[in-house]
Structures are given as C-alpha cells and as structure tokens.
Design a protein around this ligand. Structure first.
Ligand code: ADP
Length: 539
C-alpha cells in the first residue's frame, strides 16, 4: 500500500550485520577451560561466524534443519548462535545437565542433523551419542585432536573464505532457534523461536526499564547458553554492541568473582543458587574483590529471596529480579524500582524488588482464579496468562501441551500470582507447588524466602505433606550455612511475626543438600517423593 513503511524482515542476520558495521572494535572475552582468558573483537567474531555458516552449508545442512550445540558459555558458542540461524537453519541448544535419556529424547524429537560439542563435554556426550539419529559431529577443541569420525571446528573454519558469504534475506517468521523446557514439571517440550521473536525480544530486553543494556555495558551471562538462550543476552548484547564476557565452564564463586573484577562487568545474570553461593563467599571474604559499584545482577529462574537482595546491597551490588519462561524467549517481567517508590520505606522498596516486577512492553498479562479473571488488587491469586510477539503459540511436536494455550490465544504459565494496580506481578507459587491447607492456599515461595533471610540458613525448600485434618500442611527442608547449628523451634520463632499462624510449617527437617533440577532449581518432585511418608499432625 502506498505511503506505508518498508517491509523489513526482523531477522538475526540483521543483528550480525550491524555488529560488523558499527562495533567491529568491541571486545568479547572468554574464560577458557584451562582458566586463561581468550579475547577477540566483534570483527573477528563476525568473520568466524560467517565461516561457520559456510562450513555448515558445505556439510550439507539445509535451511530449516536443526544444528544442535552441547557447549558451555564461550565465544565459539556465540559464533554458533549467529552462524546457524543466519542461513535459515535452527540452533538447538542441548542442556548438558539433563540425563542421557532426556537428551536422547530431545535430540531425536528435534531431529538434530549436526551436533557441535565441547571437547571437555565428550565424556557426557558419549553417554547418549549412540542412541541419537544425528551422525555429524563437530568438536570444539584447543589442540585440534578430535575423535575419529568427528570434525574439528577450527579445521572446518580454516577451510572457508568469508568473501563467499552473502547476507541472506528471508521471512522473519521462520524458526531461528529451539529450546526444550527443562521438565521441572513434566516431560520436556520443544519451543521454536522465530527470528522475529528473537529480534523483538532483544529490543524489548535492552529497554531502560527492562534489562537496561547498552553499548557502555560489559555483560557476563552466567545463565547457561544451553538454557533458554542465556535469557537472550547473547543476542541482546550483540545488538547493542556491549562488551561480552563468557565464563566458560568455570561457574564457581571465586572464578566468577575474578571475571567480574578483571573485566569490570556491569551486568550479569543467573539463577538464585549461583548468587547465593557468591554472597556466602563475599560475606566470608569481604575485601577480596574490587567489583564495579552498582553492578547489576539479574536474577530469575526461581524467586530471589529478599534477604539475598538486601545482603548484596551491603556490597553495593544490585540484584534485579526478572521472571520468564522458556516459552517466552524467555523474558516476561522485570523488577526495576518505579518512581512511585522513590521515597517509600526501605521495607516497601525491598518488598517490590523481591516481587517479579512489571511486564516488559509487548508482554500482556492477566490472571485467572476460580471466579474468572482476577482484579489487579495485589491480593487475589490466580494463574498468570500471557501473550505477545515473543511467546510461543504452541509446543513443537507435543500435543499433550495443547491445554497450556487458551482458546482466545493466551499462554497459561502455570504460575500462581497476584497483580497490583501498577501491574506488579508477585509469584506465589507454581500451581503444582502451592500448599492447600484446609482449602486455603499457602505460598511455599514466601515461606522459603523468609527462612532464607535467617542468618544461619543457606537454603530452604517448602513442600506440602499429608495431614489427616487439613489435607496438606507445609514441611520445611533446610540446609544450614557451614558450621552453623539451629533448632526447628528457633527457625519457627523467626517466622512467627511474619506469617499468620496457620501458614507456619508444621515441621522443619535439616538436610545436607536439596536436590536440584538441571537448571539449578529445587527439585520439589524429588523432595515430595523423599518425604511422602512424612507424618504431621498425628500424635
Ligand atoms: P522449567 O519449566 O523446566 O522450570 P523454565 O526455565 O522455563 O523451565 O522455568 C520457568 C518457570 O520458572 C516459571 O514458570 C516460574 O515458575 C519460574 N520462575 C522463573 N523466574 C522466576 C522468578 N523470578 N521468580 C519465581 N519464579 C520464577
């Protein structure tokens, strides 16, 4: 139609092209397996990504086919993030922390043709290699020594001439990448991200009230590139031209702190368990590291305990909570303090920062309770539903997931929330984790966060156990900090002023560790199994 805008396709190659033209001099740093630092420029990165595109085409990969990765966070994984979708193939990041049976299912379900593997992960890969259909394997190694029958990544790149690369044009609604839900609450299901979704997500994530990411930032994604695309950070950071730092396989507290200090990181992102480990190290060694003041630490994946946010503030490090899902590319909401709370009490500010925050532009929210859509009063609970341009419209190849989508086109998140008049979302629980005591809901998340605010508690998970009168009652499972001892009574007294009496856990059990999912969340299904014979309320 005359007078309208150009029909410009929102595709990942447009991000790559801009990186080449505008940010050629910017740096990308990686912690290598041997702990040394590798550094190169965006110009090097783009040139090598182009060569990888050409190499994959030479191996016969066609647009639409899946190329999987089985890798840590590093510069060559970033090359794959761009090279694969750039010629219309689909990047499929395999989660190295899943069991071999899950990986076999996922690689075959996705119909992966080629797999790119870190040499140090070959022993894990061997555990499912013979059960999958893919037969073309490319190994990333630093010494060029790869097992017979597999290709060496660097040899493939060295054989290509980037002058033969041409930026392609294609439809933005084509698939660019795919991930599987990690199966915390069921069998893994595939999600296909379109190019358009990734580009719009990158722009949305960069906005000031979302991740507030720009060229002046130095970004270190701790969140794995094999889980929910490292929350899209590799694409967002490349789009805005930020300096990027990748931790390689070194995710222990000291290595990460060294990376933050050496590279003057201004924004990092990861799950609460990573930050809980780091704060323990900082508290024990307060003067060991000189970190960038106000470094932002985006936390998501499960609820950030308020106590942890407070503790980081003492070190001038700012925890910012985000909520998202694999099905949402993954960003949904972000808790940057709004102007309305500028002069509020500290408690009110922390309460806000411990919420999941407000939805990013283009992420629409609503929540449904027993009586229909809930009012945004900050009190009524309901299941959160979302829609927007970077939210899956269906699962790949998984008809059993169809009930997650409403008839009028919204995605049912499975998270039980309240929403207040400013659109602040507060997750009360996953629907499967809520405790229903005598017909009333108790939020396990609230109890866990309150317990983790106790100075002696390192971790806490709360599950429901059978009760003859109330049907379900909360049981708290607690890991104490090293060298600490505490009684159940002491912890209950600590909770007492914060909750109605009927919310308090009936019992507190102390354990050495809490089982975790592949993505570092408390594995409540395993805890429920472990404590299924547990008796409360029976004398
Ligand atoms: P999985 O479903 O396997 O856990 P995801 O990584 O997609 O895989 O998890 C998304 C879920 O994680 C959300 O539905 C929510 O329950 C939880 N989650 C993510 N971020 C937060 C957060 N900031 N606070 C509380 N829960 C969160």
């Amino acid at each position: 139609m005359q007078g309208l805008m150009m029909n410009y396709q929102l595709t990942i190659p447009t991000i790559l092209k801009r990186a080449e033209q505008v940010y050629s001099y910017k740096k990308i740093v990686t912690r290598q397996p041997d702990k040394s630092f590798h550094e190169y420029t965006y110009a090097d990165f783009v040139s090598r990504a182009k060569k990888l595109t050409l190499a994959l085409q030479r191996l016969g990969v066609q647009p639409g086919e899946r190329v999987a990765t089985f890798c840590w966070n590093h510069y060559r994984h970033l090359e794959a993030y761009f090279a694969i979708p750039t010629f219309g193939a689909v990047l499929h990041t395999l989660n190295i922390r899943l069991f071999p049976e899950d990986l076999t299912f996922i690689a075959n379900d996705a119909n992966d043709k080629v797999i790119i593997i870190d040499k140090i992960l070959l022993p894990l890969f061997e555990k499912f290699k013979n059960n999958i259909q893919a037969r073309t394997f490319i190994v990333i190694s630093d010494d060029g020594q790869v097992p017979e029958g597999m290709y060496d990544y660097e040899t493939l790149l060295a054989a290509e001439n980037e002058a033969s690369f041409v930026y392609p044009d294609f439809d933005e609604n084509q698939a660019s990448a795919m991930c599987y839900t990690s199966g915390t609450t069921g069998k893994p299901k595939g999600v296909l991200y379109s190019h358009r979704a990734v580009v719009l997500h990158s722009m949305g994530a960069a906005l000031p009230d979302v991740m507030n990411l720009s060229e002046i930032d130095t970004v270190l994604p701790v969140v794995p590139m094999f889980h929910a695309n490292a929350w899209g950070l590799p694409y967002t950071a490349t789009m805005v031209g930020a300096k990027q730092v990748y931790p390689g396989p070194h995710l222990d507290a000291v290595s990460l702190l060294e990376d933050f200090e050496r590279e003057k990181v201004t924004l990092t992102a990861g799950v609460p368990t990573i930050w809980l480990g780091i704060i323990q190290h900082l508290e024990a060694n307060p003067n060991q590291f000189n970190l960038t003041p106000d470094m932002r630490m985006v936390v998501g994946g499960s609820a950030a305990p308020e106590g942890m946010i407070r503790n980081y503030d003492k070190f001038n490090l700012r925890v910012v909570q985000a909520w998202g899902m694999t099905e949402m590319t993954p960003l949904g909401t972000m808790a940057n303090l709004p102007s309305a709370l500028k002069d509020a009490s500290d408690d009110a500010k922390y309460a806000y920062r411990a919420s999941q925050g407000t939805p990013a532009p283009m992420v629409e929210i609503r929540a449904r309770g027993d009586e229909g859509l809930i009012p945004w009063d900050g009190k009524t609970m309901g299941e959160l539903e979302v829609r927007g341009p970077w939210i899956a419209a269906s699962y790949y190849n998984a008809p059993q997931g169809a009930d997650r989508f409403t008839e009028d086109g919204w995605f049912r998140t499975g998270d039980i929330v309240t929403i207040d008049f400013r659109g602040t979302v507060k997750i009360q629980d996953r629907s499967k984790d809520l405790i229903k005591s005598g017909g009333e809901w108790i939020s396990s998340v609230d109890l866990e966060n309150a317990l983790m605010a106790h100075p002696k508690v390192a971790e806490a998970a709360v599950i429901s156990v059978f009760h003859p009168k109330w049907a379900e009652r909360p049981l708290a499972i607690v890991v104490l900090k090293q060298g600490q001892s505490a009684t159940a009574e002491e912890l209950k007294d600590f909770l007492m002023p914060k909750f109605a009496t009927w919310w308090l856990p009936d019992a507190i059990e102390f354990v050495d560790s809490i089982p975790r999912t592949a993505t570092g969340k408390f594995l409540k299904t395993a805890l429920r199994e472990q404590f299924k014979e547990y008796k409360v309320g029976v004398s």
